[in-house]
Write a protein that binds this ligand. Sequence first.
Ligand SMILES: [Mg+2]
Length: 294
Amino acid sequence: MGPGFGVRLVVTDLDHTLIENPSQIPAAGEALRRLADRGLVTVLASSKTFAEMEDLQRQAGLPPQPFIFENGGGIGWPLGQGPLGQGPLSQWPAQTAGEAAGAPALVQGAYGAIAAAGDLTKLGAILAELASGGGFRFRRFDELPLETISTLTGLDPRLAALARQRLTSLPLLWDDSSEQLARMRQALAGRGLAAVSGGRFVHVGPPCDKATALTRVRQWLGGQAALGGMLACGDSDNDRGLLEAADIALVFSCGQRPPLPLSRPCTVVPAGGPGPWLAAVEAALESSQGGATA
Ligand SMILES: [Mg+2]
């Protein structure tokens, strides 16, 4: 690979990495445009829903570009381009059964959602069966009143409504014991489903991760974004795959808990948000270029 790993692609998590709160979205857009001016492709990868991500890309003033939603459960792609351009999705490489459906699972604004996996109707039926048969106590996030979601997440009602629009996974508000959660995990695993704890919610859906979704995005982008080096930014366990796979890894840590441990060299950035994020990315790009020519 060329000097400085030839970084062509920057992939980043959102919460506690690129942004600390929604008011920082316009500044995040500015930071991403700065990198685009340098010829870099940027991809946002988040646990947020397709609807939230489409809204965010628009609020940030970004031109249409692919993104990863629901922790890799799906990919948002600009309509009329790449896999959502001419011809069916199945002409594109490495499709899954869900992708091969040939049409986006949802269209919003300039984007179509390509769901890698997940059938929410089926998932809902399994959860209902476990609630009645297994006696598990939980509430589905997508069935909570908007005021409850706002109280639990700090999102305003408009954003809470976007967060409720699930496509591939369902967060549950867990009202039961940790022993019951272990039993629930086993029951779900027997049905090919995973339950991942994150804050106050347990996310249930088909096993997926951001790194697998990014591999697909790179194949579909082709060219330099597929072949060049990659810089990844993240803060949590759900970013681990991306960080481990990158040529340069930036781990963001707000200081309240120790930085995510990785089995590879990385740079720890002591604060998230667009300012610290851009400074850290630009410093990493420069030092990797300097290191390669020294
Ligand atoms: Mg995060």
